[in-house]
Write a protein that binds this ligand. Structure first.
Ligand code: URA
Length: 311
């Protein structure tokens, strides 16, 4: 700071900055990124960044001390102890060719700091989804895109309908009430969400939770196709009629489709009732558990003797 510059306190919208970081963080986490590295800096674990962010969200940031002359406030004159930037500029060992800053992706797999090829490829599609405005209404009303979540090497993909309010808020599929029931189904299979992958027919929430239109599904179909080409699952479980009809391009009632495998491009596809439907009609849980056991048997998964199935 030079002698003629006296420190000035400037207002700083910490909530806005924290929100921007939170969105960026969630987008990276959804893509399987676990750490980032800024130029010339050491690697930062995203969990660590998340902890710092939570503190800021709770307590705010200290006001910034800016050394300013009347006509110059440059970025280099800002002094702050809070070492947080809204968009970390991050470097490129492996880069994402898009408008966002290039990033070094890291994965927890095998303690490597580099992403797997699949993670990098998914991250590219994820960024394209985040920038997509093909459906004007959805793009203008969404809070977040909901790309998909899970293990890029998953054998099994659960394929749902569309994000609801909770998913739109959090940017992750199946995190609301239906999601909790889906979690129980996954647990009853002896699996976790980290072992499978979860996707929807469309990546944005239809306002008022209306059904996605055929045009919206068509607009999103390319993203799904690329996700599946990358993940290469052996099995897909279509949850409910919208997902089943969209994926298998048919209009057969879901009650007639369930309990058997269909083949789509070498993937075994099972259709069953949507968890949201089970919340409305719990008697159908038995049918879903039958379908899931049929699937588990084919996957070679052990069906726990004591399991009560989907409760
Ligand atoms: N229902 C769905 O079909 N997908 C979600 O992500 C949430 C609820």
């Amino acid at each position: 700071m030079s002698a003629d510059q006296s420190p000035t306190t400037v207002p700083f919208d910490a909530a806005r900055v924290a929100k921007a970081i939170r969105q960026r963080l969630q987008s990276l986490q959804r893509s399987g990124v676990t750490a980032i590295r800024s130029p010339g800096k050491s690697q930062t674990d995203l969990n660590e960044l998340e902890k710092q962010l939570a503190t800021i969200e709770q307590n705010g940031l200290p006001e910034l001390q800016v050394a300013a002359t009347a006509d110059s406030i440059g970025p280099n004159e800002i002094e702050t102890t809070a070492a947080v930037q809204p968009e970390p500029t991050v470097t490129a060992e492996q880069t994402i060719p898009s408008e966002t800053p290039s990033i070094t992706l890291s994965t927890s797999q095998e303690n490597s700091v580099m992403p797997s090829k699949k993670q990098s490829e998914l991250a590219i599609v994820c960024q394209e989804v985040a920038n997509c405005t093909a459906c004007a209404e959805l793009a203008s009303t969404r809070q977040n895109t909901v790309f998909g979540v899970g293990n890029p090497n998953a054998r099994l993909v659960f394929y749902g309908e569309a994000p609801g309010a909770d998913e739109d808020k959090q940017g992750e599929p199946f995190v609301g009430r239906a999601g909790k029931l889906l979690n129980k189904i996954i647990e009853a299979m002896g699996l976790t969400r980290d072992e499978i992958y979860i996707l929807n027919t469309i990546k944005c929430r239809p306002p008022g939770n209306r059904n996605p239109t055929p045009e919206e599904q068509q607009n999103c179909a390319g993203f799904l196709q690329r996700q599946l080409e990358i993940i290469q699952p052996e099995y897909i479980v279509c949850l409910g009629a919208i997902a089943s009809h969209s994926f298998l391009e048919c209009k057969t009632p879901i009650g007639k489709m369930r309990g058997q495998f269909f083949d789509k491009n070498g993937i075994k596809v099972l259709c069953t009732f949507h968890p949201a439907y089970l919340l409305r009609d719990p008697r159908r849980k038995r049918d879903v558990w039958d379908d899931i056991q049929f699937l588990m048997k084919d996957m070679g998964l052990k069906i726990p003797k004591t399991s009560e199935g989907v409760t």
